[in-house]
Write a protein that binds this ligand. Sequence first.
Ligand SMILES: [Zn+2]
Length: 129
Amino acid sequence: MTAKELETFRSLLKLLRGRLRGDVEQLQEEAFSGSEAGNEHRSSNHLAELGSDAWDLEFSLQLVESDQSVLEEIAHALEKIDSGTFGLCETCVENGRSSTKAKIAKARLQAIPYARNCIDCERLKEDGR
Ligand SMILES: [Zn+2]
């Protein structure tokens, strides 16, 4: 992965984090102030400019699962960018595969920029549950 691509993922992750935090704040505001119509989603337009529809859909599904755990995954992914291991499957690395073989497919990262595992390892993990 090039430095430029890494920076793109970094901005994407930060944008995601901002949106999640914004959404969390907004939910809290709504809880305290009752139902107020006309609240605008601050960052959704930026996301539409940046990402594909597929990415947005995938992200919306993740959102339903748990905002907090996604925020943690995003923080982890940002750390991986800093440490130079972003884009590598953690399970593959643990299993001693070389960094060329442990790469997470770019399409997967575009769908889930905070993915920890390649699709093969993720499938194995899900089967093992
Ligand atoms: Zn893997």
